[in-house]
Ligand binder design. Structure first.
Ligand SMILES: [Zn+2]
Length: 199
């Protein structure tokens, strides 16, 4: 049996994913072969800005290496139960000076959960800054230097914003934190080296 290959981050619009999958437009991350439909992954509940949403991620199989992939929508981050937009709001608010409890109350998320996001973002700030600075430069070769914003987390957030702006310039408007999810292959807050390898 072929091994289960890494996740692949795709758009959240299921109909669009279906079109891309059936049309052979999605590529395998392991061998660059073409992916075809292969059932669905496990259902999970995602806490979103507008309330809970049940996700049933599509699975795909590569026609080349026969590896299977779970197509993870870009509204999520790997191993996080909350929509990336919610996590992004918390990070932005914290960098702007708002405290953890206040953010948690406003977003309706447990304070410990918010603290966990912020702690992880801070611990990975330099890795995140470097990754998104590379993304920004790759998307927009005309882009000047990303200027220091005053602290590790602020610099990381500035690089994230610069990369998202460069994406929008190149591909058109889209929700910032979904772009961030894509650019980090879902691994923004993962405790792995995935950021370093997915530029
Ligand atoms: Zn393959």
């Amino acid at each position: 049996m072929p091994e289960v290959a890494p996740m692949l981050i795709v758009g959240a619009e299921q109909a669009q994913v279906e079109v891309e999958l059936l049309g052979g437009l999605l590529g395998c991350r392991s061998c660059r072969g073409v992916l075809g439909p292969w059932g669905h992954g496990r259902e999970r509940v995602l806490r979103c800005v507008e309330g809970d949403r049940v996700l049933r991620p599509r699975r795909a199989r590569c026609r080349g290496c026969l590896g299977t992939h779970v197509l993870v929508p870009d509204v999520v981050l790997l191993r996080r139960q909350d929509e990336v937009a919610v996590i992004g709001q918390a990070i932005e608010a914290n960098v702007a000076g708002e405290g953890c409890r206040s953010i948690a109350g406003r977003l309706g998320v447990p304070a410990d959960t918010v603290r966990g996001w912020l702690r992880r973002f801070a611990a990975r700030a330099e890795l995140i800054r470097a990754h998104f600075t590379r993304c920004a430069a790759a998307l927009d070769p005309m882009l000047g230097a990303v200027l220091p914003a005053g602290s590790g987390v602020a610099d990381a957030l500035e690089a994230v914003a610069a990369a998202a702006r460069a994406w929008v310039l190149r591909f058109g408007p889209g929700p910032v934190w979904r772009i961030v999810s894509r650019l980090s292959a879902g691994g923004l807050l993962c405790n792995t080296s995935s950021l370093a390898t997915t530029a």
